[in-house]
Ligand binder design. Sequence first.
Ligand code: ATP
Ligand code: MG
Length: 334
Amino acid sequence: QPLVFSGMQPTNTLHLGNYLGALKNWVKLQDKMPCIYCVVDMHAITAVGYGKPEELRTAVREVAAAYIAAGVDPSRSVLFAQSAVPAHAELAWIFNCVARLGWADRMTQFKEKAGKHKERASVGLYTYPMLMAADILVYKATHVPVGEDQKQHLELTRDVAQKFNNDFNVPDFFPLTEPVIMGAGTRVMSLRDGSKKMSKSDDSDMSRINLTDDADAVAQKIRKARTDPNPLPEDEKGLEGRPEADNLINIFAALSDTSKAEVVARFAGQQFSGFKNELADLAVAKIAPIATRMRELLTDPVELDRILKDGAEKAAAIAAPVIAEAKKIVGFSH
Ligand code: ATP
Ligand code: MG
């Protein structure tokens, strides 16, 4: 049966890329299929979330609040924290043994996040994609709405499912999950560097628009966003070789639910200053209501914890027969 699963790391507050690339689509999918939305705190400790227990606890609530504020409805969708459902970790171990070292070695996210000193990265960061495969497959999820940066991890998820099904001769036990990458905002770039994606873990706060930024901060970040010295192009082709301009046009298109072509046509040949003012107004109009709602939700952490606990119970109940069967298939039956 069709089932949606997706998650975000509580590494920092969510940003415009998370919203346009994933969260916005999560909300829409609730009308089409059952959905499970997770705050993936076990992924968060693979890198920047490690060693800060209080911050992690707070960030989990913030991310849960952001989901709800953006329109995830906990009475329809399952909303929970990853670490509250041990089946993720159990299946991840099995998948660590299914996946080959060569597969993990190809993952570009590991290379980007580990940087120059690979030997100093955590082992968890390296095996992250196997945990992600477990997150999805422990529910036998069929659809995973994510941004473009997660495409490679989803291919690995399919490879793991297929190899498990083959190796243990259990055809169709795990489904071959489809990535759902839709809309104009599937790859929002940093405001400081058009070749890097907007990220929670980027050191520079000026590189991203946080969902919690106030109107002044949003306006300032957009005004200072890097651009080249030329005016806006006359047509979409004129965006070639201009990654920063392309990114701002793309953000405008995604926020206004139109196409890049339409946005280019509207601002053809104009200076960036005027365009940036309009973009800032548009961004504020879209994210300010989410931030307001988020703040309201965060005034009641007890209620958020209750929602997460309730979601964890539902998630565990869905995962239970799958992990039990997977363990039996592997030979863990004593
Ligand atoms: P981190 O830097 O900690 O990895 P992140 O910003 O990449 O943070 P994640 O929690 O890893 O956020 O990803 C959450 C979701 O947001 C994923 O579906 C991911 O594909 C999507 N996403 C992340 N960054 C972008 C972006 N710049 N544009 C579009 N979607 C994005
Ligand atoms: Mg990421």
